[in-house]
Every structure is written in structure tokens, then in C-alpha cells.
Design a protein around this ligand. Structure first.
Ligand SMILES: *Cc1c(COP(=O)(O)O)cnc(C)c1O
Length: 386
């Protein structure tokens, strides 16, 4: 047999299909056509055809179908990171001279996008507002406001916005609403049901769930997703690899099991901390003393596994000794994986400097370990804080 034939053609004469229970990873950049006419038709509509994998790819399309259905939206796009999803969604909805209203204390790189890096560079003005106040949001609106950017709850202090109220306010004025829904996942909150236009996620956290991929998602109507696809998605080219899309499909299989676990274990750990004598305040959407508890209960199903505490002690050396001593709570950025993590705010906050956060906070991300193991680890080392 001819060597060239063996390498380039043998076994591939027909389209490859098999009744595989696990979907194939289509590691292909390119797709072929049998006739010029077929080719011409496909090229006139990139959104609905397989032409080149910067646009569509079967493994990616399968993943997008699941994500859109989970969020209760018509369509979804996936990206190489959560920040790619956020940047693409925001950039697609603004132009030079526009104004954006954004909630205070969003994810740090979202803040960079809004205030330091991209939007100011392209002449888009941003007003940061207290998202818990509908009046503050209303007052911030200008005639050229085109986007309202929400993060509800955010990932350190867990403030929420009244999604129904904000979306109707925006809709009446033709303003597009975008929300970062990473904390809740679509299982614990579906913002589109409350009228929010675009729902973005980092899939590097709960959706992937295994701390092995960086990925992002944007869900919305066919019209808005098409708009992003035709412009920013194809032009900026921040696509997810089919390999990582497959890992994300696998991660989603256990999303419900994982979310229920972290929610239950977080409640037990919080219960322990509440009575431990080492914390001043616990930040978690479903705390009874949360002034936003009523809004939280109206729009969220449950709290996830992420919460913060403000410690009674302000002794940073003691806090460092405590964090350095824990065995099962590992120290790292990010959250939402199988592993339980902490991040002390003193890592990046100097008392009175850099941040609105106090320096004696610790953020906890509950992983898939048992409550007993995680609580025992805290119990064994909490004397360091007193
Ligand atoms: C991590 C994170 C992001 C960014 O996601 P990447 O996948 O790391 O780009 C966005 N929003 C929130 C709330 C996050 O925690």
C-alpha cells in the first residue's frame, strides 16, 4: 500500500461515527465539503455550519447546547476563560461614547476591564454603583448607558442585586443586562428567568469542578449570542479547545452531586464557625442576619460552597500561623474545585490600603471532602487565633 495513502486517507474514506457512550473529542481545525455548492452555502452562514473550529466544532456545540439548556436561554458560547467570556460579552454591547453601569466589588479582572484596561482605552465610561440599592442604579443611568453589569452574589462579600427589579429597569430603557453567575451556577440561580439578557460564567470554578481547566461561558438569546459570535467571538478568537470542552462536559455530569455536597458541607462548617468563638462576622448569602436575605431567598435556590469570615482577632501574624498550619484547607486563589481552599485577605490587603476588605478576613471554598475532616482541621488549629 502507498505510504501517502496509509497516512492521509486509509480508514477515513467515510465520516467517522460510532455508538460511543462518551462523546468524541473532535480535535479538528477544519471541515471538508463534497461540492462547491455545499461549500458556498456553508460559508454564507458560519454560525450554523462547520467550516473552521474558530467558529464551530461538534464537541464545543454539544457543550453549548447543554449550557444553554441549564441556564434556560436559547444559546450559549464557550471561551478560553471566564475573563474571555466576560470581555467578549461586554465589548460586544458597547461602542465608543457609551456608558456602562457596573456593580461595586466585581471580580478583580472585571474591575480591570471596566476601569483600568480596556473600556477606558476605547472611550467607554463606567460608573461603579452599590448594587444593593435600586436607587443608586437608577441614579447612575445616563442617556448613553448601554450596559448594566451585575455580579450577584460577588465572590468575597456576596452582595446581591434584585435581578427582577434591575432587569425591568434596564429593559424599559433599552439597556442590556449582563450578570456573572459563577457563584451560583445555573442550578442555584437562573438569571434569565428574572429577565437578565446575558449570563456569563467562569467554568474554571464549579462548572468544570475539578481544577483542571480554565474556561468561560456566555448564555443568552439567539439574537445577542449571534451578535457576539459574528463579531467579537470570531475576531478575538478566544475559543475553548475541544479537549477542554470534553473535560467540561465530563465535569457537568456531576454538577448536581457536587453542588449539593458543597452547599450541605458549607452549612455545617459555617455552623461550626458561628459557635467557635473565633469569628466576628460570616459573609454568606443565606445567613439569617444578611440584610439582603429576603432578596437572596427570592432569586437563589441555595448557597454554594464559598463564604468568607471576618475574624475576631486583627493579629495578622496569628492569622498567618493559623492558615499555614491547616492540613486539608489548602491556600490558593480560585475556588469551586474538588479541593477545599482558603485565601486570607492579608495576602493582598495591607491594613488600610489597597482594598475595601478588612485584612483579617479568610475566604473558604468547600470542596468534596467530608464535613468531619474539614471541621476537625479547623478545630485542631483554631487555638492559634485566640
Ligand atoms: C475566577 C472568576 C472569573 C474569571 O474566570 P477565569 O476562568 O479565571 O478567567 C470571573 N468571575 C468570577 C466571579 C470568578 O471567580
Amino acid at each position: 500500500m502507498d505510504l501517502s495513502y496509509i497516512i492521509n486517507n486509509l480508514g477515513e474514506e467515510n465520516d467517522l461515527t460510532a455508538p460511543a457512550v462518551s462523546p468524541p473529542i473532535f480535535l479538528t481545525s477544519n471541515y471538508y465539503f463534497r461540492t462547491v455548492d455545499e461549500f458556498r452555502k456553508a460559508i454564507s452562514n458560519e454560525r450554523e455550519n462547520w467550516i473552521y473550529s474558530r467558529g464551530n466544532n461538534p464537541t464545543i456545540n454539544l457543550l453549548c447546547k447543554k449550557l444553554a439548556a441549564l441556564e434556560g436561554t436559547e444559546e450559549a458560547l464557550v471561551f478560553a476563560s471566564g475573563m474571555a467570556a466576560i470581555s467578549n460579552a461586554v465589548l460586544a454591547m458597547v461602542k465608543n461614547g457609551d456608558h456602562v453601569v457596573c456593580v461595586r466589588h466585581p471580580y478583580s479582572w472585571t474591575d480591570t476591564l471596566m476601569n483600568r484596561n480596556l473600556l477606558p482605552k476605547f472611550g467607554v465610561e463606567v460608573t461603579m454603583i452599590e448594587g444593593s440599592s435600586i436607587k443608586a442604579i437608577t441614579d447612575a443611568i445616563k442617556p448613553n448607558t448601554t450596559v448594566m453589569y451585575l455580579e450577584s452574589p460577588n465572590s468575597w462579600t456576596f452582595e446581591v442585586q434584585d435581578l427582577k427589579a434591575v432587569s425591568s429597569l434596564a429593559r424599559d430603557r433599552g439597556i442590556i443586562t449582563i450578570i456573572d453567575n459563577s457563584y451560583s451556577t445555573p442550578l442555584f440561580q437562573q438569571p434569565a428567568k428574572h429577565g437578565i439578557d446575558l449570563v456569563v460564567h467562569t467554568a474554571s470554578k464549579y462548572l468544570g469542578g475539578h481544577s483542571d481547566i480554565v474556561a468561560g461561558v456566555c448564555c443568552g438569546s439567539k439574537v445577542l449570542i449571534n451578535k457576539i459570535f459574528e463579531n467579537e467571538f470570531l475576531t478575538l478568537g478566544g475559543i475553548l479547545s475541544p479537549m477542554n470542552a470534553w473535560l467540561l462536559i465530563r465535569g457537568l455530569r456531576t454538577l448536581e452531586l457536587r453542588m449539593n455536597h458543597v452547599s450541605m458541607v458549607a452549612a455545617e462548617v459555617i455552623d461550626f464557625l458561628k459557635n467557635s468563638g473565633i469569628v466576628r462576622k460570616i459573609y454568606y448569602p443565606f445567613m439569617n442576619d444578611n440584610p439582603q436575605f429576603e432578596t437572596v431567598s427570592r432569586q437563589m435556590v441555595k448557597g454554594s460552597g464559598l463564604f468568607s469570615v471576618e475574624l475576631l482577632t486583627g493579629n495578622i501574624e496569628a492569622i498567618e500561623r493559623f492558615c499555614n498550619s491547616l492540613t486539608y484547607w489548602r491556600m490558593a486563589v480560585s475556588w469551586g474545585g474538588f479541593e477545599s481552599l482558603i485565601i486570607p485577605s492579608c495576602t493582598f490587603v495591607k491594613p488600610g490600603l489597597y482594598s475595601s476588605l478588612p485584612a483579617n478576613m479568610i475566604r473558604f471554598s468547600v470542596g468534596l471532602e467530608s464535613a468531619e475532616v474539614l471541621i476537625a482541621d479547623l478545630k485542631d488549629h483554631m487555638h492559634l487565633l485566640t
